[in-house]
Ligand binder design. Sequence first.
Ligand code: ZN
Length: 258
Amino acid sequence: MPTAVISDIHGNAEALKQVLADIDARGIDRIISLGDIIGYGPDPLECVDIVRRRCAWSLMGNHDFGVLYEPTNFNPSAESAAFWTRDQFDAETDEKLRAERYEFLGHLRVRVVESAPDGDTPILAVHGSPRRPINEYIFEEDARNAPDKMESLFERVDRIALVGHTHVPGVFTDEPDFYPPSELGDSTYKFLEDEKAIINVGSVGQPRDMDARASYAILHADRLEFVRVEYDIARTADRIKAIPQLTDWLGERLYEGR
Ligand code: ZN
């Protein structure tokens, strides 16, 4: 049975629910989350509650960290969103539920290693990068411009790593090279015996590859398949617009996927 891999939900419950519907329709019952459940979006509590209920586990992203501890290196709009998000957690009047949510955030791991489903390929999962799991970005252009960085990242990968954080789906190979899903047959990357890969599954709640549809992936024993799902963007964008602490751009960017 394959595992669904979701990441960077960012408080966008509309997108998350459509992705879960797609996962359910495929009969997949195991879901893992690579972090950034919250931050930016209008539904942080709902998203955390859904992830708590539906995911086998979730990693800690820089936004989860920012809400729980302190936002580090955030731009003003992200920082304002982080403080607003924290206020939503604090405003919960059910004391037990409030404590459970904080406890959940506090126990998110930064790094998980497990085998591919029904297989033995070791899979490393981090939010950002294998060497700085919470905060380091791996950009498409790094494959061309930063060979030392890519080498250092791949030194820390046995075979396959799963990441999020940039919100741009695709596969980094140890050539190094980068392949967006559109350059892979059937949007699927087949694991090769003699090739390492760092795979970004894209973002559920704030895609940035100029495709506005929610992005996630399905992990099989020998391959990973990228999936896109449409959702009601206006519903999320309108809710963002109605919350003064969330800048309008956070809603507008959703229409363009950037
Ligand atoms: Zn993110």
